[in-house]
Design a protein around this ligand. Structure first.
Ligand code: ADP
Ligand code: MG
Length: 393
């Protein structure tokens, strides 16, 4: 069974270095990598001040960066999109177009935060599928942020990481215009190998806890299936869900749905808003329950929580789609312990907890089901819980 491979870190660092040399006829000063992520559970809870439980993928984006003395910024990708040329003092909102907004946005946000990033040449290349709900955008931002700080001579530290999380969120929301929460950037910069990262958005960005994920001890693997249905966060669905959540919080008289109690939800008159709020409130409970179940290696309970989460996203929050529903139901019939859609929804990926011996069979069953339904062939990857962004060359 072919899986999308994460690639070897030193080989990919060497490859991006070579691409940089070909593009700019010069050597990069720094290469940094930052991972994509798969969220185990806790969807659309981040902007409701809730809990999320993502895992950093072994798949990452690699950014090669060299400083320039003339203030010019050049940005190129080995994966997609055309190169961009501009200047370091003109990269803020509205100044860059297309994919390069993520990179220009990071350089701008770092300078807004007082980090003296000079003009730079940037080349990125990676193995996180683009637009698959696995956060290639945060992988891109965080790899560039870490490399740019190294070029600017700022030492890595936990405090710097917190600032980078904030800068990358600003790049994505204020410059690229995607109204996301903060899960993706936080896990990409703070994850620990072998662990999921519990993030509590009611307590500020530094409220993270490593949650041990002893998959191999349980004889299990995380199978991620990219349905190849492109989600687009700048489309209206995400913003509409956010607006419904804000309306629910306002009607309940609470600052955010994190403060809402399940027993209060019946007072919401608008049926759609009530279902949206029900998803958020119950999903936050399921994140806590998943952390408890993982603590006791109660994998069947994790599987039940995945199933309940998927049903909530399909029926109450209405962010699933036929391809995601088929991937999830097929995974479970073929032997997965649990499966759910993951990420913002409207396409993207599913995640399944699968006994190691059943992984190929589950992936094959999903391929067969997709072919039978006339859907585009999906692609699969294995999410070995991996570590945070790092300078690698
Ligand atoms: P996701 O983060 O789930 O992959 P997004 O829509 O948030 O989906 O981000 C995907 C976008 O990020 C791409 O369409 C592209 O603009 C940009 N992007 C991410 N990684 C790269 C890369 N390596 N090269 C060029 N663009 C990239
Ligand atoms: Mg993204």
């Amino acid at each position: 069974m072919p899986y999308v491979e994460p690639g070897d870190t030193s080989e990919l660092a060497a490859a991006v270095r070579k691409q940089f040399e070909q593009a700019y006829d010069d050597s990069p000063a720094v290469v940094a990598r930052a991972p994509g992520r798969v969220n185990l559970i806790g969807e659309h809870t981040d902007y409701n001040r809730g809990l999320v439980l993502p895992v950093a993928l072994p798949h990452a984006t690699y950014a090669a960066v060299a400083p320039r003395s003339d203030g010019v910024v050049r940005i190129a990708s080995g994966d997609s999109g055309s190169p961009f040329t501009g200047t370091i003092d003109a990269l803020g909102p509205g100044r860059v177009e297309g994919w390069a907004t993520y990179v220009g946005g990071v350089l701008w946000a770092l300078r807004e935060d007082g980090i003296d990033v000079p003009g730079v040449d940037v080349l990125v290349h990676g193995t996180v599928p683009l637009g698959a709900g696995l956060s290639s955008s945060a992988a891109l931002e965080c790899s560039v942020a870490l490399a740019a700080c190294a070029v600017a001579g700022v030492a890595d530290s936990p405090t710097l990481r917190q600032r980078l999380v904030a800068a990358c969120i600003r790049a994505e929301t204020e410059v690229a215009g995607a109204p996301t929460g903060g899960m993706d950037q936080t896990v990409s910069l703070l994850a620990s190998a072998g662990h999921a990262l519990l993030i509590d958005f009611d307590a500020g960005g530094d409220a993270t806890v490593d949650v041990s994920l002893p998959l191999s001890a349980g004889g299990l693997a995380l199978l991620v299936t990219d349905t190849r249905v492109q989600h687009a966060l700048v489309d209206g669905g995400y913003a509409a869900r956010r607006a419904d959540c804000e309306a629910a919080a306002a009607a309940l008289g609470v600052a955010s749905l994190r403060q809402a109690r399940r027993s209060d939800l019946a007072t919401l008159d608008d049926e759609r808003v009530r279902r949206r709020a029900t998803h958020v409130v119950t999903e936050i409970e399921r994140v806590s329950a998943t952390v408890s179940a993982l603590g006791g290696s109660e994998w069947d309970e994790v599987g039940r929580l995945f199933a309940a989460s998927h049903a909530s996203m399909r029926d109450d929050f209405e962010i699933s789609c036929p391809e995601l529903d088929l991937a999830v139901s097929t995974a479970v019939s073929a032997g997965a312990t649990g499966a759910r859609m993951t990420g913002g929804g409207f396409g993207g990926s599913s995640v399944a907890l699968v006994p190691v011996a059943r992984v190929d069979a589950v992936a094959n069953a999903i391929d067969t089901a997709f072919a039978g339904a006339g859907f585009r062939a999906p692609q699969h990857l294995l999410a070995e819980p991996s570590g945070a962004a790092a300078v690698v060359g």
